[in-house]
Design a protein around this ligand. Structure first.
Ligand code: IMP
Ligand code: MG
Length: 180
């Protein structure tokens, strides 16, 4: 782990809560499928997904929920470039309408891979949702269907996002500054 410190709050817990509520309000009509499955990309999506599904419940949307573990990053802040399935979905996705949920859309490789993978498993439709989007970092062309906040090219932690496995439990989102 490089020397670093956690900087100012980028989005407070209250700001995140308000944005998740507004996002779900916008998503709800598009989520009326009887066959909706939310698939969280582990590990970064676990808090966002937990908040999303409870807000969807309030909008009378009742999806099934599963997770898959995808790995592209080593232990640092740079993607290794290839994505692999470390643990696949456990349920049958053939014929379902999938909404993939991730913490952040960075190079685009993870969500683009997830989308192809789930279509190959026979999903009827695959849409994607990311809490954060860093469009300046994209290395493959990819746009999510739903985005919480668009941010600049900064490394961020909290609300599920980690640096080297740390800070996922932080209830807000903060920037990381690296020394040197
Ligand atoms: P992509 O495949 O480059 O789009 O990367 C997506 C994954 O990279 C996310 O699911 C995160 O795990 C990780 N990631 C990208 N940017 C950040 C960041 O600023 N903080 C923490 N994790 C990040
Ligand atoms: Mg990560």
């Amino acid at each position: 782990m490089k020397a670093h410190h956690i900087e100012e709050v980028l989005f407070s817990a209250d700001q995140i809560e308000a944005r998740v509520r507004a996002l779900v309000h916008d998503m709800a009509e598009g989520c009326r499928s009887e066959n909706l499955v939310l698939i969280g990309v582990l590990r970064g999506s676990f808090i966002f997904l937990a908040d999303l599904v409870r807000e969807l419940y309030r909008q009378d949307v009742h999806p099934r929920i599963d997770f898959m573990t995808l790995e592209s990053y080593g232990s640092g802040t740079e993607s290794s470039g290839t994505v692999r399935v470390a643990k696949d979905v456990g349920m049958e996705v053939a014929g379902t309408d999938v909404l993939v949920v991730d913490d952040i859309l960075d190079t685009g490789r993870t969500l683009s891979f997830a989308r192809q993978h789930l279509l190959a498993l026979g999903a009827r439709t695959v849409r994607t949702c990311a809490l954060l989007d860093k469009p300046a970092r994209r290395s493959v062309p990819f746009q999510a269907d739903y985005v919480g906040f668009t941010i600049e090219d900064r490394f961020v932690v909290g609300y599920g996002l980690d640096y080297d496995g740390r800070y996922r439990e932080v209830p807000h989102i903060a920037c990381v500054t690296f020394a040197g």
